[in-house]
Design a protein around this ligand. Structure first.
Ligand code: GDP
Ligand code: ZN
Length: 336
């Protein structure tokens, strides 16, 4: 997603009159909504596009900018902010405060980088979409997102999509069992046939749920099934700044579910550059619960470590241990 370059934004703002022209929604803001915003009520960021911020307040979309004194602030989709209303139809709402986050999904470009991006703030869940016919590549990505979700306090869900392309479904059993054993719900879907989409939808009610996955796994196709008229809704939300689908996250409401879905740009990798190797095991539930009695054990061959016994007892899946070792070594390399 785009990082906000406030300086560029300010310049662009002055020049870009098209952006501050009267907009239907702002014109239509009710008197009571105007009064409430005036009391600096809390709004929620639904789109950030190169510094152009759209917030939702009482079901109304408001184009927004930072108030003076907020320069240099970075907000992400899902952030809660206080706003003051536009002064007139040529104006926009002003963000006066960024509120603390309950959760955050942070990724870095690679494990060595600390160029962290908050992919989404305050989301309840993150759905990692994988293609069921190429699980091996997908689960490595998923394992990284699961770690990031644990760090940022979101609940992960796995969605194995394109199941219509899988001829032998027993090939999925091991992965399903592996993730359910660590408390991660798994949904098997096909955006092509619609299979499993209702079961996925049921997980979304009342939540803010972000979706992530490599490009091409079917996120957009699933959104089309989950959110009626999604393209229209995205156009509506994005109209204050135009949406660059490849760089920006966007939140869209799901009618009837009291839910918001956050579409995040397809990514190739999910870097964990903000995490210390020493803390990695805390974010794999089966290792966090290992009951290893050694102090500060990294469960990496230390004599007396309980890991081999847990592995033999089936408490830790070999593929997850493999993930742990890979990530541990990647994070150590990154730490140099
Ligand atoms: P995104 O990049 O994750 O948003 O993926 P898209 O939704 O654009 O899907 C990429 C391609 O996969 C498109 O050609 C879709 O039609 C196709 N696709 C998506 N979901 C499914 C599925 O469940 N089964 C099959 N066979 N194809 C799918
Ligand atoms: Zn140990």
């Amino acid at each position: 997603m785009a990082r906000i370059d406030v300086e560029a934004f300010e310049d662009e703002w002055e020049d870009d009159h098209a952006f501050v022209e009267p907009r239907r929604k702002t014109d239509a803001l009710s008197e009571s909504a105007k009064r409430k915003v005036a009391e600096h009520e809390v709004a929620r960021v639904v789109a950030v596009d190169r510094g152009r911020i759209t917030v939702v307040f009482e079901d109304e979309l408001l184009p927004s900018r930072f108030a003076g004194g907020m320069r240099g602030t970075k907000v992400s989709v899902g952030d809660r902010v206080r706003v003051v209303p536009p002064r007139d139809v040529n104006d926009v709402a002003r963000i006066t405060e960024l509120l603390d986050r309950d959760s955050w999904l942070i990724r870095t470009g690679d494990d060595a980088q600390e160029d962290e991006r908050v992919v989404v703030a305050n989301a309840d869940q993150i759905v990692v979409v994988l293609t069921a016919d190429h699980l091996d590549v997908g689960v490595r990505f998923a394992d990284r997102v699961l770690v990031a979700a644990s760090v940022g306090r979101l609940d992960p869900v796995l969605c194995l999509n394109k199941v219509d392309l899988v001829t032998d479904r027993s090939t999925l059993d091991d992965a399903v069992a592996r993730y359910e054993a660590i408390g991660v719900p798994v949904r098997i879907t096909s955006a092509e046939t619609g299979e499993g989409v209702d079961e996925l939808r049921m997980l979304l009610a009342g939540t803010w749920t972000a979706f992530t996955g490599h490009s091409g796994v079917g996120k957009s196709s699933l959104f089309n099934l989950l959110v009626p008229d999604v393209d229209q809704v995205v156009a509506e939300i994005g109209r204050f700044g135009g949406r660059h689908t490849t760089v920006a996250a966007i939140a869209v409401p799901v009618p009837g579910l009291e839910a918001w879905l956050v579409d995040t740009p397809g990514v190739r990798s999910f870097g964990l550059g903000t995490l210390d190797a020493d803390h990695l095991a805390d974010h794999l539930p089966e290792l966090a619960q290992l009951d290893c009695e050694l102090d500060d054990c990294l469960h990496d061959g230390e004599p007396g470590c309980r890991l081999p016994a847990a592995l033999a007892a089936g408490e830790v899946h070999p593929a997850r241990l493999d993930t742990y070792r890979r990530l541990l070594s990647a994070l150590r390399d990154a730490e140099g």
